[in-house]
Design a protein around this ligand. Structure first.
Ligand SMILES: [Zn+2]
Length: 89
């Protein structure tokens, strides 16, 4: 018997739009000083956006500009995406 799993918080990936357990997603946060950063340790509070770790979702989010929109950080560049893609290879 496995029973009901404990309640797992779900978040929506801004790349593919699928909901996944928060722990499987990469969190991105918007910092006043640094713009969009990868919040792997979930240290930063405030507004967050979530992405699957796969390059496809990262690229899709990049192409659509979903992250700056979700974080209300227009024009903050793509360093965050490079950081994810570099780490994922
Ligand atoms: Zn995704």
């Amino acid at each position: 018997m496995t029973g009901e799993p404990r309640h797992v918080p779900l978040r929506r990936c801004v790349g593919c739009g699928k909901q996944r357990p928060q722990a499987e997603l990469i969190r991105l946060a918007a910092l006043p000083s640094d713009g969009i950063v990868v919040d792997r340790e979930r240290r930063f509070g405030g507004r967050g956006a979530y992405l699957c770790s796969g390059a496809n979702c990262v690229k899709r989010a990049l192409a659509r500009g979903s992250i700056p929109r979700a974080l209300r950080q227009p024009g903050s560049g793509t360093a965050w995406a490079e950081r994810i893609l570099d780490a994922g290879t």
